[in-house]
Ligand binder design. Structure first.
Ligand code: ADP
Length: 491
């Protein structure tokens, strides 16, 4: 088992990675980029003040505006007129040295600059600070400006502030990380716990046992998964039971004829060997029992081949009416032995494309079941007719005991036998429960529609429909059809 691929580990790492990423983003934005943000902010302030001063230059309360800007942003502002008279507003605090600096060079720089705007940053030795300066002209004519303006602003040394932030960040980051590790462990356990629980219970699925404990507060998906698995376990248990039943049926079915064969063979050896009449009779029993054995074995082999998808369809076009008549004639002997009539009504010359031998088996199995469960009327009705344009329908109907609505959907399952079958049906032959699954497999392989209608005490009708072959229209590609069931309630 690879722990690193477990949900628990994955959830845990994802959680930790997300928090680490968020911490990194916080560090970059807050600490690493702090000096840059600070610079931007200061430049923005100085520019904003300049825009205000310039746009209010001609207003009556220009002095107030100058004072307001300088006070609000703690600045030193100097306005120099062409006649060298000067207005100074100093709200920088502390330094007076700025007034002493000659502005002549700055004025020259402004005049020479491309857009009449200069920025400078220099060190104020006295205050041990950096100073940012914006210089420009005021007025509409650049050649003869109304005045020059110089705005000075301190750039505080922010190294210590950044250092403090950084230290604080390390402590907070460590705390967040410890909490994250703790919480992601709790969460990943919480998320993976029900999955692990269900998985442990599902290990018993192959034995058909599944009893996962689902709490009220479990996730919806987990509840659904538990539901699905529980259904699957029931199906497994059912099919396991059916298989076991089949094994016992088959063993029983195999043992009975074998016992008979052995007994009759011994009888021929010991008693009837010299009596041709008796010997004939005994040999007939042996041959009949051998036939029974071989048909049982063939059935089982056929079904497993069909269901494994090994059996290829050998499709050809043939006269279904003739085939149905042929299969029905095989039941003549039953009429003779048990007085059961198979009543056939078949339209003539119905041609379809299918695998003849497999379809014969379908027809045979359906009639055989109807004969087995025939009702008091001792008659089985077989019909073959054109139902709609291009569709032919084959039906087998009996008026026997019928199948209950609960059992009807399952009769097509392999090994399924209605267990509480009454012992009164005419031919008390125990079936293997695979006849109808062969029917289902063959018809599905052909893509034919099929179904059963039955009501308890009244009888059953089994049918399938196939496209009729026509010279002009090639048969459609086989496609899967859903099983159609009509359940009639017992009145
Ligand atoms: P089996 O070999 O037992 O007949 P099938 O697969 O042919 O197996 O049929 C499955 C079950 O369906 C039967 O055991 C029987 O209970 C029920 N069944 C099939 N055909 C009929 C019918 N015509 N009337 C009543 N029950 C039927």
């Amino acid at each position: 088992m690879n722990f690193f691929r477990s949900i628990k580990f994955r959830v845990w790492t994802r959680f930790v990675i997300i928090v680490l990423a968020m911490l990194a983003i916080t560090y970059i934005c807050l600490i690493a980029m702090f000096p840059m943000f600070y610079g931007w902010m200061k430049s923005y302030e100085i520019n904003e003040a300049f825009v205000e001063i310039r746009s209010n230059w001609e207003s009556d309360n220009f002095g107030d505006i100058l004072d307001k800007q300088a006070s609000a942003k703690k600045m030193y502002i100097e306005i120099i007129y062409p006649n060298n008279s000067t207005i100074i507003v100093n709200r920088l605090g502390g330094s007076h040295s700025l007034a002493m600096i000659s502005k002549k060079d700055f004025i020259k720089s402004v005049d020479k600059s491309e857009n009449g705007l200069i920025y400078k940053t220099f060190r104020d030795e006295q205050e041990d600070n950096f100073i940012q300066m914006l210089g420009s002209y005021i007025g509409n004519d650049r050649e003869y400006p109304d005045a020059y303006v110089f705005i000075f602003n301190y750039l505080q040394p922010i190294g210590t502030t950044v250092q403090i932030f950084q230290n604080q960040f390390y402590i907070v980051g460590m705390l967040i990380l410890i909490m994250t590790v703790f919480m992601s462990t709790v969460f990943s356990n919480k998320i993976s716990e029900p999955i692990i629980r269900i998985n442990n219970s599902a290990k018993k699925l192959p034995q058909g046992q599944f009893d996962a404990k689902i709490g009220k507060r479990d996730y919806m998906e987990i509840k659904q998964l538990a539901g699905t698995l529980s259904e699957a376990s029931k199906e497994i248990a059912k099919s396991d039971d059916l298989r076991r039943e089949l094994m016992s049926n088959i063993s029983h079915d195999l043992r009975t004829p074998l016992t008979m064969i052995k007994a009759y063979a011994e009888m021929i050896r010991d008693i009837s060997g010299d009596n041709p009449e008796k010997r004939e009779k005994h040999l007939k029993v042996i041959i009949d029992e051998t036939d029974r054995l071989s048909s049982l074995v063939t059935d089982i082999l056929d079904l497993s081949k069909l269901q494994a998808g090994v059996a290829e369809l050998n499709v050809e076009t043939f006269n279904l009416s003739e085939n149905v008549t042929g299969v029905v004639s095989r039941f003549e002997v039953i009429k003779y032995n048990d007085g059961i009539t198979v009543d056939l009504q078949a339209e003539e010359d119905i041609r379809i494309s299918a695998d003849i031998s497999k379809l014969d088996q379908v027809i045979y199995n359906l009639i055989n079941n109807a004969v087995t469960y025939v009702g008091e009327d001792n008659t089985v009705f077989v019909r073959l007719f054109r139902k709609d344009e291009g569709i032919v329908r084959f039906e087998v109907e009996d008026h026997g005991e019928g199948i209950s609505p609960e059992n009807l959907p399952y009769i097509w399952d392999r090994y399924y036998k209605v267990s509480e079958r009454s012992a009164t049906h005419k031919r008390a032959k125990m079936g293997s429960g695979i006849g109808l699954s062969i029917v289902k497999s063959v018809l599905e392989q052909h893509g034919f529609k099929y179904g059963a209608e039955s009501s308890l005490g009244k009888g059953s009708k089994f049918w399938f429909e196939a496209p009729e072959y026509s010279e002009t229209q090639p048969p459609e590609e086989p496609k899967k059809h859903k099983l159609e069931l009509k359940i009639q309630k017992k009145q």
